[in-house]
Design a protein around this ligand. Structure first.
Ligand code: SF4
Ligand code: SF4
Length: 404
């Protein structure tokens, strides 16, 4: 077999945290120490040699790369200090950009150089929409008086209109949040399709979907989702066991905030059509408001734990932090801080500052949706797909159709 190294890819890996790549001498200690590596398909030793050889196509369609939970157990025991955990992290970051659509946006989200535009795009879009909202409806944009702010909070950020069947504020928020989500969903769909095809080809599986949809969901997808939600594999990590302490509340905070957002939309957009008292901000004693606040605190707690873990790993183990590692941490911290901050400022009734912080909060929401497929957030989908594929690959469905 002739090996065609991708020299650009090797250069990328070295620059993105895999600068110790060459030190690996294939002793396999990392594969033995990795708590998630399986006997039939061990990693990350093979990924280290593929990386040294620059076998990009093999690596970006290797499910094991996505199964890694970046616990750094392997790096801690590597006798050569080759940091395989960082190498796998760099490959994943490359894969998210590679699979991301549209390509220029995915590329922009992959480096710190793109940060001004990454913040600037949503900031400009939302600001223009805020100005445009003045052209429609009864009341356009203005900073509210203390009385208006106390009564409406942020529910008239984009003004009001006389069409009582649908709130103007919700319309504008859905325009940018829904648009961003649509781009992200399309990007994930295209990326997942390519990844599944690549994984199947590498594993020698000729037919992708021999099981029925029901069989696929119940036998492969659902068990993978259960493992993810319960953090079963996270808990197996020895070196950075407390990553689950930060990751778990973070995950439940997102689920809780999604429930609160859905309820708020249902209350305002559906119930509000028939009973006008359902319009307006939720009172502090409302169970969904309480859930939202608890989730915001859990989100800040979780991201605080992950932040300090990453800092500790960089200081103690010489693990190299990359833009890919830090961007999502900064973004989630910004999301939680501006969300809680906007609410506290509403209690204090300071309209101008409140509107400014709320505007920043909307920017972080749009960033989270729009850039999800290209940042570390992408692992939510790509790891789920890899875990599903891992179960599928081991099943009789895949074995029966193995290439000769
Ligand atoms: S990365 Fe380290 S532990 Fe793993 S095979 Fe290479 S030298 Fe051995
Ligand atoms: S970082 Fe952890 S999960 Fe990933 S390969 Fe290393 S030991 Fe395994």
């Amino acid at each position: 077999m002739s090996v065609k190294p991708d020299l650009e890819f090797i250069k990328y890996l070295k620059g993105a945290g895999g600068d110790t790549l060459k030190k690996c001498y294939q002793c396999a200690t990392c594969s033995v120490m990795c708590p998630l590596s399986k006997d039939g398909s061990p990693f990350p030793r093979k990924e280290m040699i593929w990386s040294q050889w620059g076998l990009k196509e093999n690596l970006i369609a290797d499910p094991d790369v996505f199964l890694c939970h970046q616990c750094s157990d392997c790096s801690a025991y590597c006798p050569r200090g080759a940091k395989p955990g960082d190498v796998l992290g760099a490959i994943r970051a490359y894969a998210y950009t590679h699979y991301g659509w549209p390509g220029p946006l995915a590329k922009l989200a992959s480096t710190a150089k793109g940060l001004p535009l990454l913040v600037g795009i949503p900031a400009v879009v939302i600001f223009i929409m805020w100005l445009l909202s003045s052209l429609i409806g009864v009341s356009g944009v203005h900073i509210p008086t203390s009385e208006e702010f106390a009564s409406h909070g942020y529910t008239q950020f984009f003004g009001t209109w006389s069409f009582h069947w649908y709130a103007k504020n919700v319309f504008f928020i859905l325009c940018f949040a829904g648009g961003s989500m649509a781009v992200a969903i399309l990007s994930f769909f295209m990326g997942v399709t390519k990844l599944w095809k690549g994984m199947s080809e590498n594993a020698g599986i000729k037919s992708n979907f021999r099981p029925s949809i029901v069989q696929f969901v119940t036998m492969f997808l659902w068990p993978a989702v259960v493992e993810i939600v319960t953090h079963k594999r996270f808990k197996e990590c020895g070196n950075q066991r407390n990553r689950a302490t930060g990751h778990l509340p973070l995950m439940f905070a997102f689920i809780g905030l999604a429930i609160v957002t859905c309820w708020s939309l249902f209350k305002q957009d559906v119930l509000g059509l028939f009973w006008s008292q359902f319009h307006g901000p939720l009172p502090i004693t409302d169970p969904f408001k309480i859930l939202g606040n608890v989730c915001a605190i859990a989100l800040l707690f979780g991201i605080g734990v992950l932040w300090s873990n990453r800092k500790k790993a960089e200081q103690e183990k010489g693990s190299k932090g990359s833009f890919y590692d830090w961007f999502l941490i900064w973004l989630i911290a910004g999301l939680g801080a501006t969300g809680l901050g906007a609410e506290v400022i509403r209690w204090l009734n300071i309209p101008t500052l409140g509107y400014l912080v709320y505007y920043m909060h909307l920017i972080t929401i749009m960033m989270l949706f729009l850039y999800a497929p290209y940042t570390k957030m992408g692992h939510l989908v790509y790891r789920t797909v890899a875990m599903t594929f891992e179960k599928y690959r081991a099943s009789s469905f895949a074995k029966d159709v193995l290439a000769e």
